[in-house]
Design a protein around this ligand. Structure first.
Ligand code: FE2
Length: 385
């Protein structure tokens, strides 16, 4: 077995990885020791503050597959697989099966929305993984052949995570109401928005189960907010920067509730890519940025909102009875054309689950071998736009 010496430094050491000598901090290495994780609970049972002195290596060596550290201030040896260190060093964080590149989409994408029958999602890991992966990559999917019952949506949501309640309760019914608490419950058009930005953590994944839709008009409008935001970055970097930097206020008020929260209109991930957007003029509160900042912020916001009406981005289609559209409420922007209330029935049953829960479901499925990637049978199904 070959051994390679490891260069020690004051607060860490350099591991000779294939990518070159790579620095790791001693605290990080001590915390990463496999013995710190309880095999039963899989939680950390090591308290770094209980060490008598800051961790430091007395000696360290690399064998074929492991880094071995003999610690200076305690009677303990840590062995870490080099593969784990290399995987961590590659991105600076633990590998994540749900960390897939977003596939941006545009106005022509509706026929290619991933479609999965409800029974496949409920009864097969492959079907469930296909739904979850579509949400990670594209932020949208259609579940087809939905059973027409209240329980149907609950069963579907629970395939990804528990139902997340809101002020409206666990579910909401989008249909005409005599005294609506929300513009959605009228026959009017609904401008492009993400849901409930007045909540501290706006709902993550939204489900809209179409139970009936025989009205004239009322087409659904969907776009990829990340695609629009990336286009804004190209066309007007200063506007993009303002929307990504500043938080603005949103609300949700009615009898018995008064939600308020600040959100960034454009949300970036750790790599600087657009992770999502938050827009809702009908739930936007009085702007409380300094008035001088608003001189530039308002034009930037107007430009972004106008870009969302551009034919490049907007998908218009009829949501059909028996379909459930599932989408990332932090990325996908949706709205509705007005409809003729007397022309028929329109009823959608909606609810939410957390993105964290949905991504967790995807990770466990991927770890079990169902990664939900495109298959030969992934052609669009049941096109009826
Ligand atoms: Fe909505």
């Amino acid at each position: 077995m070959s051994e390679t010496p490891v260069q020690l430094a004051e607060k860490g050491l350099y591991v000779p990885l294939e990518r070159g000598p790579t620095y790791f901090n001693y605290h990080w290495l001590r915390d990463a020791c496999p013995t710190t994780i309880d095999p039963q609970t899989r939680e950390r049972v090591f308290d770094v503050t209980a060490l008598a002195a800051a961790p430091a290596a007395r000696a360290a060596r690399v064998t074929d597959a492991e880094l071995e550290i003999d610690w200076a201030n305690e009677d303990h040896v840590t062995r870490l697989p080099l593969s784990r260190l290399a995987a961590f060093a590659a991105s600076g964080r633990n590998p994540d099966p749900a960390d897939l590149p977003r596939r941006l989409w545009y106005a022509d994408h509706y026929p290619a929305f991933r479609r999965i029958p409800q029974a496949d999602v409920e009864q097969t890991e492959a079907g469930r993984a296909r739904l979850a992966r579509a949400l990670v990559e594209e932020g949208v999917a259609l579940v087809t052949e939905m059973e027409n019952s209240d329980e149907s949506l609950t069963r579907l949501v629970n395939c990804l995570g528990p139902v997340t309640p809101t002020a409206e309760g666990h579910y909401f019914e989008v249909r005409l109401e005599i005294a609506p608490t929300n513009l959605a419950f009228t026959a009017g058009p609904l401008e492009m928005h993400t849901d409930l930005p007045g909540e501290e953590m706006a709902p993550g994944v939204q489900f809209l189960h179409c139970r009936a839709n025989t009205v004239e008009g009322g087409r659904s409008l969907f776009l990829d907010g990340a695609a629009v935001a990336e286009a804004l970055r190209e066309e007007d970097p200063a506007a993009f920067d303002l929307l990504a930097r500043h938080e603005i206020p949103f609300f949700y008020r009615h009898d018995g509730w008064d939600y308020r929260a600040h959100q960034r209109v454009i949300e970036l991930d750790a790599r600087g890519n657009v992770a999502g957007v938050t827009v809702s003029q009908h739930l936007q509160d009085d702007m409380d940025l300094p008035q001088e900042v608003l001189d530039d912020y308002y034009p930037a916001l107007c430009r972004f909102l106008r870009l969302m009406q551009d034919d490049r981005f907007l998908c218009r289609f009829r949501l059909n009875a028996g379909e459930c559209i599932v989408f990332d409420n932090h990325r996908i922007v949706h709205g509705r054309e007005g409809f003729s209330a007397e022309s028929g029935q329109r009823h959608l049953r909606g609810c939410y689950t957390d993105r964290g829960a949905a991504w967790s479901t995807y990770r466990t499925l991927a770890a079990a071998g169902a990664d939900g990637s495109d298959q030969a049978d992934d052609a669009p199904r049941a096109l009826s736009a």
